[in-house]
Design a protein around this ligand. Sequence first.
Ligand code: MF3
Ligand code: CO
Ligand code: CO
Length: 258
Amino acid sequence: MISIKNEREVAAMRVAGSIARTVLEEVAAVIQPGMTTRQIDGLAAAAIERHGAKSAFLGYRKYPCHICISVNEEVVHGLAGERRVEFGDIVSLDVGVYHGGFVGDTAKTVAVGGCSLEAQRLMDVTERSLAEGIAQARAGNRVSDISRAVQRYVEAHGFSVVREFVGHGVGRSVHEEPQVPNFVDGKSSPKLRAGMTLAIEPMVNAGKPQVQMLNDGWTVVTKDGELSAHFEHTVLITDGDPEILTWPMTTAFGSKGQ
Ligand code: MF3
Ligand code: CO
Ligand code: CO
């Protein structure tokens, strides 16, 4: 069953989404070469608390960190630890928060200080593929229209989409129906209706699409060791244009969340 959110629930999701994105932007803005991923997770934990929210990931299926931090060849679900990020690394940050009974889920990849032109192109194409997917998130379309738009854009630019992990419905829980793949497989997929809330999240590899999991049971890396990028928004299907719910607060960084 795909849940349809009413106006009151959508209002709560706007707040949760806005907090998630604000935390993401705040953390992204202060990452410096030499920081450990554990320090970055600590900054995220503090920001989530300051905004009166809770991590939606900590404890989810026993996930041990507040956000997901995936460096370079790490695709998603990277664990915070003693690894230090260096100038030239790219870091995928994925923030999920609970607020008012609802989840906001959003991600982006940023360079530490600066990065190679090829890494920058990977991030640009991934972010743009998310926009292409969001543009198809319209009532009357199908989930597969989103998937196709993402895949086409990514592959037209010479990169590949990850198959093993997908976007999803989001609401009272982090993962709800339906699945929102970043590729098409010919199977029929649900029709989009106003009031559905979806996390659209292309995971894009510079090389081959295959991934594997590290022994920590969480960190997903590219099999070929090439870079990977990840961008995500929580989006509301409406009778008109899609609404991005994970938009940062307009009160600028450092706000107390009022
Ligand atoms: N952030 C992931 C997503 O976008 C979910 C992470 S679950 C966790 O769907 F347990 F790994 F945190
Ligand atoms: Co996410
Ligand atoms: Co998600």
